[in-house]
Write a protein that binds this ligand. Structure first.
Ligand SMILES: [Zn+2]
Ligand SMILES: [Zn+2]
Ligand SMILES: [Zn+2]
Length: 180
């Protein structure tokens, strides 16, 4: 069922960037979406590469999360993919976060309670935890919050050495659907 594209209060749709319609489809593997109806057919703004990925092949399932990095007092609100590489690129292009691997970076995600500095190289992994993306070991079904943790698990747990990593999307994930 279609609903009117009513933006949540405070969302600025005048932000530049490719516009895309998204829909919360029925993900059998992530039933914990919040109020899916509300987000139906919302027009969202995504990064250029995400837009390319979604438009190149309409069958690709592109999953995005709303960025809540602080930009002068309000969250960014652009929709980003949940991978470490995509997060790093987004932080560099839209929030000027760059540096050497060991440079200290403070997390500016809204609601982040981490008061310490992160290494530049590890901030994207930390953001993944804000998106609540988890990684599941296909063998023992244990979930891990970060890719380095599951890699460590597979090194120490013999029986899981050849297991696959299954990405479990976070509760606020949205699936992009192209406007037709
Ligand atoms: Zn952002
Ligand atoms: Zn944080
Ligand atoms: Zn395992």
């Amino acid at each position: 069922m279609r609903s009117e594209a009513v933006p949540p209060p405070g969302v600025d749709f005048s932000q530049s960037g490719p516009a895309i319609r998204n829909a919360l489809c029925s993900f059998s593997w992530s039933p914990q979406f919040v109020n899916p109806r509300f987000h139906d057919d919302q027009i969202i703004h995504v990064d250029q590469k995400t837009w390319y990925k979604a438009t190149r092949n309409p069958n690709t399932k592109v999953i995005v999360y709303q960025c809540k990095w602080d930009t002068q007092g309000s969250p960014c609100r652009r929709w980003i993919e949940g991978g470490v590489r995509e997060i790093r690129t987004h932080l560099r292009i839209y929030h000027g976060v760059q540096g050497q691997a060991k440079d200290p970076i403070r997390c500016k995600w809204f609601g982040c309670s981490d008061e310490r500095d992160f290494k530049y190289s590890s901030i994207p992994r930390h953001i993944v935890t804000h998106l609540k993306v988890t990684l599941l070991c296909s063998n023992c079904r244990t979930q891990f919050p970060r890719d380095d943790r599951i890699q460590f698990h597979r090194r120490i747990a013999r029986k899981c050495a050849r297991a696959n990593t299954v990405t479990v999307v976070g509760p606020e994930a949205r699936l992009i659907r192209l406007d037709s």
